[in-house]
Design a binder for this molecule. Structure first.
Ligand code: ADP
Ligand code: NI
Length: 215
């Protein structure tokens, strides 16, 4: 039964996100699902079914991929209604998805281990080599520059500023990506983050060297 629900969800998400070019494509979702299940196994905690479902659906209601956050929620809700699951499971899956987004740095406390694990898995996919690729893909799609040394790094910002303010993809590393490792919830994710963090640090060093024409 649960296998069938997973398969139905995979098909739905593949269909919904297939063509996305902002870094929220099906492969992102699949990596988040696999990382989340890996963390769950290593930590020997959390319900793997809830984790897998929340990972698969975590970007469906995203306000950036929908007309509005309300429209996104409605979409998620109507898909959940088609599934043969208990209301408790549906509520838990929805609650995880609502609470895990980064949204400019406002920290929300996550109440369940399943939410913590899916959040870690999503954050791991924003850092490292994949994170670098996604940042420039997203930045390009948004029309923002690769880098502009005259723009200063924003520290505290509202959600509005985070989404709309003028910035560059290199700035995004300081505004979000380099901070993510300290926001992880589980030891397994912290271990997985080490080489990814190192990759970003090395990338930035080399980037400035080439920018300054020293290489
Ligand atoms: P969140 O929903 O957690 O705020 P997003 O969905 O906005 O994250 O991020 C999707 C991907 O695009 C991530 O890899 C993220 O780092 C990247 N991204 C988001 N905003 C920017 C930006 N302003 N510049 C470059 N990359 C970005
Ligand atoms: Ni995501």
């Amino acid at each position: 039964m649960r296998n069938q629900v997973i398969e139905q969800t995979e098909n739905y998400v593949r269909n919904e996100l297939g063509e996305d070019a902002t870094g929220h494509d099906w492969f992102h979702v699949d990596r988040v699902r696999r990382n989340a299940l890996h963390i769950c196994k290593e930590e020997t905690t959390g319900d793997p079914f809830i984790i897998e479902m929340a990972a698969l659906l975590h970007d469906i209601a995203d306000e950036k991929l929908n007309e509005s956050s309300e429209k996104g929620e409605e979409k998620l809700e109507s898909f959940l209604q088609t599934l043969l699951l208990t209301d408790t499971d549906k509520r838990h899956i929805k609650q995880i998805i609502e609470t895990i987004s980064f949204k400019g740095g406002q920290r929300t406390t996550l109440s369940t281990i399943e939410a913590k694990i899916v959040q870690d898995a999503d954050r791991l996919d924003a850092i490292g080599a994949i994170g670098i690729a996604r940042a420039f893909a997203y930045g390009g799609k948004k029309g923002q520059s690769i880098y502009d040394p005259s723009i200063s790094v924003r520290n505290e910002m509202t959600l509005e500023e985070y989404r709309k303010g003028k910035s560059t993809s290199i700035h995004h590393f300081y505004e979000k990506l380099l901070k993510l490792k300290d926001l992880l919830n589980t030891d397994t994710a912290r271990k997985m983050a080490e080489s990814r963090q190192q990759m970003m640090v090395t990338f930035l060093e080399q980037f400035y060297r080439e920018w300054d024409g020293q290489v």
